[in-house]
Design a protein around this ligand. Structure first.
Ligand SMILES: [Zn+2]
Length: 312
């Protein structure tokens, strides 16, 4: 018996009623979850992986094997968070994953299943846990508490939008499912602990998803409109800072900003009209010449700004 095997056996015998020998048990390991952005646009934080490292020890999992042999159970007896420095996640972080060592007591009923695992038939681990934080990568909003308008998978000024899962308070279960024809392989997860959603919940989820999609589109259009207003007075550093800050704003904040920008634009037009009137009274001839060749409104405004700068 190798040292590693005897250590493993000692660890797993903490969870059994009597001490088992290596011949009686089948040991295997699996990756429960990682910090890579998954197909739902979510990833776990390092802190979340470490929380689950503790919570998943001793948790029983199910092999959704096949109907003939029924479901088989296995138990996790050891976990560790590992870093693969040679691999980077989509966000450029070193790849980190939660690896679990599990065992099953060998029986006649699970002999076929064990052969399958040994043969390396593709399995997908699915975990169920409670996460109280779903943080938007763009604005830092906890999406469970507030809708921020950013859409997972989209890019905002070159930054990919995804959600980081954190605040893990419980690990409910895990399962291992054979997925020979699955399009994506890897880790799936159920958050909140409910694996089978009620039909009403699903209907509401779909309705909410559709409404969020519409709101996202409207917010995007509104943001573009506000950015245009920000640059109305020219591409100054101040205008750029204001335009850039809109990326962190939800629809409500954008509406407020748009309102105040419109008021500012209105006041500016009135000032310009008054100045033009005063100018025409002072220099009627010069004004007559410029009237035949009017300057575009934007250029006129820029010149005005520049003059202010010179005077200071
Ligand atoms: Zn956001």
């Amino acid at each position: 018996m190798q040292k590693n095997d005897s250590e493993m056996l000692a660890a797993l015998n903490h969870f059994t009623r009597r001490a088992h020998t290596l011949e009686e048990v089948y040991l295997f390991d699996l990756i429960l979850c990682d910090n890579e952005i998954d197909r739902d646009g979510d990833c776990f934080s390092e802190q979340a992986l470490k929380a689950m490292q503790k919570l998943f020890v001793g948790v029983t999992g199910i092999f959704d094997h096949n109907l003939k042999s029924g479901n088989q159970t296995a138990r996790i007896f050891r976990t560790e968070v590992l870093t693969d420095a040679s691999r980077r996640t989509k966000t450029g972080q070193p790849y980190q994953y939660l690896k679990a060592n599990a065992y099953m007591v060998r029986t006649n009923a699970n002999a076929d299943l064990i052969r399958e695992i040994d043969a390396g038939i593709k399995k997908e681990a699915s975990i169920s846990c409670a996460a109280s934080e779903q943080i938007c990568s763009i604005c830092g909003t906890n999406r469970l508490k507030q809708h921020c308008g950013h859409i997972k998978g989209r890019s905002y000024q070159g930054a990919l939008c995804y959600t980081t899962l954190d605040g893990i308070s419980d690990a409910y279960e895990w399962s291992f499912v054979a997925v020979p024809a699955q399009k994506y392989a890897g880790v799936t997860k159920t958050l909140g602990g409910s694996t089978a959603a009620q039909p009403e919940t699903k209907m509401l989820e779909r309705a909410l998803e559709a409404a969020s999609g519409t709101l996202d589109k409207l917010t995007d259009a509104l943001r573009k409109d506000v950015i245009r207003l920000c640059y109305r007075g020219g591409e100054t550093a101040c205008a750029k800072a204001l335009a850039d800050s809109t990326i962190h704003m939800d629809a409500e904040a954008l509406l407020k900003l748009r309102q105040s920008l419109l008021i500012g634009a209105q006041a500016q037009s009135e000032r310009e009209a008054a100045a033009a009137k005063a100018n025409s009274q002072l220099y009627p001839q010069k004004n007559a010449a410029s009237a035949s060749e009017p300057l575009p409104a934007m250029d006129e405004f820029r010149m005005h700004r520049k003059k202010e700068g010179d005077a200071r």
